[in-house]
Write a protein that binds this ligand. Structure first.
Ligand code: AMP
Ligand code: ZN
Length: 148
């Protein structure tokens, strides 16, 4: 599906809803988040309507990824920050509200209060090997689709 008439991001791409656009090419589109986590928060999206990261055709994922360094450098230059977080919320359980794949670029500033929760865990004896085997099986089941 190239566009979903009910999708807010497809409407933005089509120019039906206004947005502060900062980049677009044949396959990708970037604009300012309307409710920023920090000043200069951007969203990079594929022009094709795809709900989930795993739905992205590999070629389109490549086209989108090509823009990541460029958008990242623009964040550093335009926002005069030393860093940013790139984030994808994939699936409702991960906080995805808009069902059109998007990469958040969130400029970070010292003491910006955004914080960073990364409570590292640990594996019980043997658990990591079990999970590795599950991943290997899953990757085999997908063939080369994802890594093409
Ligand atoms: P997520 O929770 O990852 O699905 O994030 C969706 C993001 O889209 C949120 O950060 C919203 O602020 C942003 N958003 C929703 N509607 C618009 C809009 N019309 N223009 C710009 N950003 C939007
Ligand atoms: Zn869409």
């Amino acid at each position: 599906m190239s566009a979903d008439p009910n999708c807010i991001f497809c409407k933005i791409i089509a120019g039906q809803i206004p947005a502060s656009v900062v980049h677009q090419d044949e396959h990708s589109f970037a604009f300012m988040d309307i409710a920023p986590l920090s000043e200069g928060h951007l969203l990079l999206i594929p022009k094709l309507h795809c709900e989930r990261l795993a739905d992205l055709p590999p070629e389109l994922a490549a086209e989108l990824s090509r823009q990541i360094p460029r958008i990242g450098q623009a964040v550093l230059n335009a926002m005069e920050v030393d860093g940013f977080n790139v984030l994808v919320n994939d699936g409702e359980v991960a906080g995805q509200l808009v069902k059109h794949v998007h990469f958040h670029f969130i400029p970070r500033r010292p003491k910006d209060g955004l914080g960073y929760r990364w409570h590292a865990g640990e594996y019980a004896e043997g658990r990591r090997d079990q999970l590795q085997a599950r991943y290997q099986k899953a990757m085999k089941g997908l063939g080369s689709r994802v890594t093409d």
